[in-house]
Design a protein around this ligand. Structure first.
Ligand SMILES: Nc1nc2c(ncn2[C@@H]2O[C@H](COP(=O)(O)OP(=O)(O)OP(=O)(O)O)[C@@H](O)[C@H]2O)c(=O)[nH]1
Ligand SMILES: [Mg+2]
Length: 435
């Protein structure tokens, strides 16, 4: 697993999970993922504390006995960070921090931390900043408690008044900053819309790689690029850690040999309980998926939890309005597994007649097979046609050329004879020219 070592070594944290009625399996998976998230944030998950309760403790999230146990551990080991596998209320966050005298991060804050360390492009930075401030706003009071404690302040009545004024001021500053970010995000979104419209006009098909984080989406894009990419050196970042990718990359793929070119998109991965603040802030990045002609839903089948991950992915696609786009299930990392039957996989939302392919992104042969399968899926519902286009209607040839693998057969006395794969709509539109 990838970790970032700084000079002082990794910061250590105690992980805390509360189970209020989930199955043991479900609970353990979530805790395992929390440890991976911590590592992705450059934090060492040094200890794990779990508790089962019939319901959440409203004030402190966990019970007082567990809090004492954790506090004792923190004191003994000098650990000053606790990460809780849930989204806490501002009050719980504040109370836990005060009771254990340490910094407390909940799952949302941890994911925000990773995102803010990874975001590179202007759009991703704006989105992350916006999400962080959204998260911070209702928690300002707690932040001040913590500052007060660190400074050894007594929290007397006279200080309290000043503190509240300070919070009010901070709140106004944050709101102003958020409004500013919103304006900048709207601008970026408008640019994105313009670019998208241009792509749609060009008629070129769009294929999107989507799936749980670490499934191998970026590796697949790089595999396809190294075989058929037109933009040399435009590989994307791939790495064995959660949320390696935060931006959307769009690359033009030209398989040649009469096959049609298409755009292949790689984007941020999904995760269970993707914080609502992030979903909202990353709306424009996530929405890019809505405009795809074909979704490649990538799974890491070497992960024992891949069915659960697939379920989350399918749900997330529904949530962002991409539920009805034709899909192709890509079962990846087959090299890590002995035998695998993709037809035996059944997850809610998956249809039996959805296309499926099993590959290893590390195998060139498999990448070739994948691209052939993409081509087949893109031309499904298309019919091979021959058309005679009069010379006066030259613009039709240009239109056909952009969107499909049109080929000129010959120049006749009455016009250009071409072959092309047409959709039912196109056949209707060009029926006067069909041979
Ligand atoms: N053995 C094996 N490893 C793979 C395969 N595909 C990807 N990987 C590895 O899996 C890890 C994650 O791959 P990425 O391509 O970064 O995954 P991703 O889906 O883009 O992940 P995020 O950007 O974090 O959402 C990397 O270490 C890859 O080298 C595969 O087919 N076989
Ligand atoms: Mg990636």
């Amino acid at each position: 697993m990838h970790t970032v070592k700084d000079e002082g070594g990794l910061r250590r944290a105690a992980l805390v999970g509360l189970n209020t009625g989930r199955t043991g399996e479900d609970f353990e998976r979530s805790m395992k993922e929390l440890a991976e998230l911590a590592e992705a944030a450059g934090i060492e998950p040094a200890a794990v504390f779990t508790q089962s309760l019939p319901r959440v403790n409203t004030g402190y999230y966990i019970g007082s006995g567990k809090i004492s146990e954790i506090a004792a551990y923190l004191g003994m080991t000098g650990t000053d960070l606790v990460i809780v596998d849930s989204q806490l209320t501002p009050m719980q966050l504040r109370n836990l921090g005060n009771a254990m005298k340490c910094e407390v991060l909940d799952r949302t804050a941890l994911i925000l931390k990773i995102f803010s360390e990874r975001a590179r492009t202007r759009e991703a930075r704006l989105q992350v900043d916006y999400a962080r401030l959204t998260y911070l706003l209702p928690r300002l009071a707690g932040m001040h408690d913590e500052l007060g404690r660190q400074g050894g302040a007594s929290g007397s009545m006279s200080n309290r008044g000043a503190g509240e004024k300070k919070i009010e001021l901070d709140r106004r500053l944050i709101e102003q900053r958020m409004a500013q970010l919103r304006r900048e995000l709207d601008e970026v979104e408008m640019e994105r819309n313009t670019q998208r419209r241009a792509r749609m006009r060009s008629g070129i098909k769009r294929v999107s790689l989507v799936g749980y984080t670490n499934a191998g989406k970026s590796t697949i894009l790089n595999g396809v690029l190294s075989l058929y990419g037109t933009e040399a050196g435009k590989l994307v970042y791939e790495e064995d850690m959660l949320f390696a990718t935060l931006d959307t990359s769009i690359r033009r793929i030209e398989p040649g040999g009469g096959l049609q070119p298409f755009l292949l998109t790689d984007t941020v991965g999904f995760i269970d309980h993707l914080p609502a603040t992030l979903v909202k802030a990353f709306r424009s990045t996530l929405e890019e998926t809505k405009y795809a002609d074909l979704l490649m839903i990538v799974s890491d089948i070497s992960d024992p939890d891949f069915r659960e991950h697939l379920k989350v992915t399918i749900q997330t696609l529904e949530e962002i309005g991409a539920g009805s786009i034709p899909r192709f299930y890509v079962f990846n990392k087959a090299d890590q597994l002995g035998e695998f039957r993709s037809d035996a996989v059944s997850v809610p939302g998956m249809r039996e007649d959805d296309r499926r392919i099993t590959i290893s992104a590390k195998s060139q042969e498999d990448i070739k097979r994948l691209v052939e399968a993409i081509e087949e899926a893109l031309t499904a519902g298309h019919t091979a046609c021959t058309l005679l286009i009069p010379y006066a209607e030259g613009q039709i040839i240009n239109t056909l050329k952009k969107g499909s693998d049109m080929r000129i057969l010959s120049y006749t006395d009455t016009g250009t004879l071409v072959s092309a794969m047409l959709t039912a709509d196109e056949i209707e539109r060009y029926k006067a020219y069909l041979k």
